[in-house]
Structure formats: C-alpha cells, structure tokens
Design a protein around this ligand. Structure first.
Ligand code: CA2
Length: 145
C-alpha cells in the first residue's frame, strides 16, 4: 500500500439503507465501507473508515490526518452546512481533502447548498450515491501520484 487515506462520515450516515432510499440508495454504511475498501485496494490505498454522530469526534479525527494519513475524504453530513468548527479543523490540514455527498445537495433544500467543507477541500463530488466515494478515491489517487 502506497498511501493511507481517512474516509470520514458524519451524523446519521450510520442509518444508511434504513430510510429515504430514493435519496440515499439502499446500501448500508457497511456496504459502503466494503465498496471503498475494494476500490482502494485496486489503487494500492490503505483505508481508515470512520463514522461519528458527534461534532467534536469529527474534529478529533480531522486533526489526526495531520500525523496519520496522506489525505482525507469527508462526508460531514448535516455538519457540512452548519459547522465552523469542522471548517476550522479542515483549514489546518496540510493534506488533500475531497468533499463527498451521496445526494446532489444542489438539487435539494436551499439550506444544503452551502457547505463549510467546500473551501478547505480540493474538490467536491456529489450526487452519485456510493459511487461519489469511488470517484473520490480515484481523484485522491491522482492527487497523491
Ligand atoms: O448526501 C449526503 O451525503 C449528505 O451529506 C447526507 C446528509 C445530509 O444532511 C446532507 O445534506 C447531504 C444526511 C445523512 C443522513 O443519511 C440518512 C440516510 C438514511 C436514512 C436517514 C438518514
């Protein structure tokens, strides 16, 4: 494995597959993790996959990227639209960051159109369901090569 990447998932993403399949699909968070591990292996990337419902735990995980990972893929869930703390933690990360969302946040309610994650991120991938993460892994591989 050449690189190690953190995939960080925010609040309520542990509920994937249980409700709103028309928005988020039918796959569970475990399914998503397996898809990411399989694609990362093809790219020689070692993955750490984390989900938390707690803003402070997400900040701690973001801070860990500085010493423990080569890059960060983050779906901060609803905290994307609210959290200055997550924005500030991301601004201190000197590694590539890619923001992902399962849904196309720009097709949805206006309050989802702004994300505090987007400015610190190198790029944003949204609207492709589980494939948003697969696309982000490929983009991260290119950034690190
Ligand atoms: O589209 C995304 O990935 C989101 O980050 C998902 C967040 C939402 O607040 C963002 O605006 C967009 C919500 C995740 C909650 O996921 C659930 C999945 C199934 C059932 C209930 C919640």
């Amino acid at each position: 494995m050449n690189h190690t990447i953190l995939i960080l998932n925010g609040p309520n993403l542990n509920m994937l597959g249980s409700r709103e399949p028309e928005i988020y699909g039918t796959q569970t968070l475990d399914d998503l993790q397996q898809v990411c591990i399989a694609h990362a292996a093809l790219l020689s990337i070692a993955l750490t996959f984390v989900q938390s419902n707690h803003e402070g735990e997400l900040v701690d995980a973001i801070q860990s990227v500085r010493s423990a990972h080569d890059g960060l893929i983050i779906n901060a869930g609803a905290f994307s639209h609210t959290s200055v703390a997550i924005h500030d933690a991301l601004m201190m990360v000197d590694k590539p960051i890619i923001e992902v969302h399962l849904s196309n946040i720009f097709q949805r309610e206006a309050f989802r159109h702004h994300s505090y994650v987007s400015r610190p991120a190198k790029g944003v991938i949204c609207g492709f369901g589980v494939n948003s993460y697969v696309l982000a892994l490929s983009a991260m591989k290119d950034l690190l090569s």
